[in-house]
Design a protein around this ligand. Structure first.
Ligand SMILES: *Cc1c(COP(=O)(O)O)cnc(C)c1O
Length: 386
């Protein structure tokens, strides 16, 4: 097979996105105007959310959720050890303490059996991630939250289009936060969305994402005159970003179909490879958004992971690692909370032994066969070399 160019992620920006951006730039309104409102309405319609708020990015959305709940110093929020650091950072930024819970090896998601044991008298909330787009069993999370009076925030950065029991992720908890960073399912360059079913939460966060100012520019009877009724951030999305989002959202169903067929083709092709395992794919009431295919190489091969990744790169295949460390092992968290070396064995195994393979809509079924063939060859190669 010939050498190919298979990037891990590649934003698919077409003429429609470009024209929409130029239209905004030709007009007078670049922030808090009708385009971001339209994007919010479109996203609400797509996800089934009663309320959708466009934000600067997913991290800002997560921060807003904890800020809204008035998290105080010393209070705790349960978070997965295996996630993007943003899930934990949002808790820290709001002044709380993230309490990490290990992953389950079957799905990579938070170990549901360990969540309730992590609840203390200081726990205020649970913030889960739908790891690589595979939904967490939100009925179990909500049952635990109900028993202890906790709020629930879903990090949906990788789970647009993913559903649990026919309900879009982000609508089981009190809020769901999405990312439109370039390598995610759809992009606005930088951008995020916060969805919720609570009217009061949506109304207050609308102010909190815009300095706590009591009315938007359009609502001011005297230009420039307003009051500030609460503390807030500048976490809005611009009209330029929203214009890209509206066009990308029109294509999301197609993107998701292509991800699914690539994922399924890769799943089949990976079956013949020895000494790897894959996370369980969607089944039953779990509809995945197929962010990528992460393979776990045998523990004894983990010292060769970088060689395998480099060989894949030499064959033109972009890979990634989701995520490179269990979050409590990042220097910042390790220094602050000093978890023992025996904690989070599954999250650590995923961090050390996984290689994330692309299945994005920029690729086709043929690419999947090529990726699997290269992976098989390179795993055999490192085994031969000891
Ligand atoms: C990418 C990602 C984020 C961060 O999203 P931004 O929009 O870049 O802030 C948060 N959580 C998860 C799980 C992610 O994958």
């Amino acid at each position: 097979m010939n050498m190919r160019n298979i990037p891990f992620g590649f934003p698919l920006i077409g003429d429609e996105e470009k024209a929409a951006v130029m239209k905004v730039l030709d007009g007078p309104i670049l922030v808090h105007g009708p385009v971001s409102k339209q994007f919010e309405q479109d996203f609400a319609a797509f996800s089934g959310a009663p309320y959708a708020l466009a934000t600067a990015n997913c991290t800002a959305s997560l921060h807003l959720c904890h800020f809204y709940h008035g998290l105080k110093q010393g209070e705790e929020v349960i978070v997965p050890a295996m996630t993007h650091t943003a899930t934990a950072h949002a808790v820290e930024l709001a002044g709380g303490r993230p309490v990490f819970v290990d992953a389950e090896l079957r799905t990579g998601n938070i170990d549901l059996d360990a969540v309730e044991a992590a609840v203390t008298s200081k726990t205020r909330g649970i913030s889960i991630v739908h790891y690589l787009g595979m939904p967490v069993d939100m009925e179990r999370i909500n049952a635990i939250a109900d028993r202890h009076g906790l709020y629930v925030i879903e990090d949906c950065a990788l789970s647009i289009g993913a559903e649990f029991r026919g309900v879009h992720t982000g609508l089981w908890g009190d809020a769901g936060c999405f990312s439109f960073y370039p390598v995610k399912h759809m992009t606005t360059a930088e951008g995020g969305m916060l969805i919720t079913k609570h009217k009061q939460m949506a109304e207050k966060i609308t102010f909190q994402k815009a300095f706590g100012v009591d009315r938007t520019a359009g609502e001011r009877s005297i230009p420039g005159v307003y009051d500030v009724t609460m503390l807030g951030f500048n976490y809005r999305m611009s009209e330029v970003h929203a214009a890209i989002g509206i066009e990308q959202l029109k294509r999301i169903k197609d993107f998701l179909v292509r991800r699914k067929s690539n994922y399924e083709a890769l799943t089949n092709a990976l079956r013949r490879i020895e000494r790897i395992s894959v996370f369980q794919s969607s089944q039953g009431d779990f509809l995945s958004s197929h962010y990528c295919h992460s393979v776990l190489i045998d523990k004894r091969l983990s010292k060769h992971r970088v060689d395998i990744i480099n060989s894949m790169k030499a064959a033109g295949i972009g890979t990634s690692v989701y995520y490179p460390r269990a979050v409590p092992d990042f220097t910042y968290y390790r220094g602050k909370y000093k978890y023992p070396d025996t904690a989070f064995p599954n999250a650590r195994q995923i961090a050390e032994c996984s290689i994330a393979l692309p299945v994005g809509p920029h690729l086709n079924i043929d690419d999947m066969e090529y990726i699997a063939a290269e992976l098989e060859k390179n795993i055999k190669g490192v085994q031969r070399n000891g």
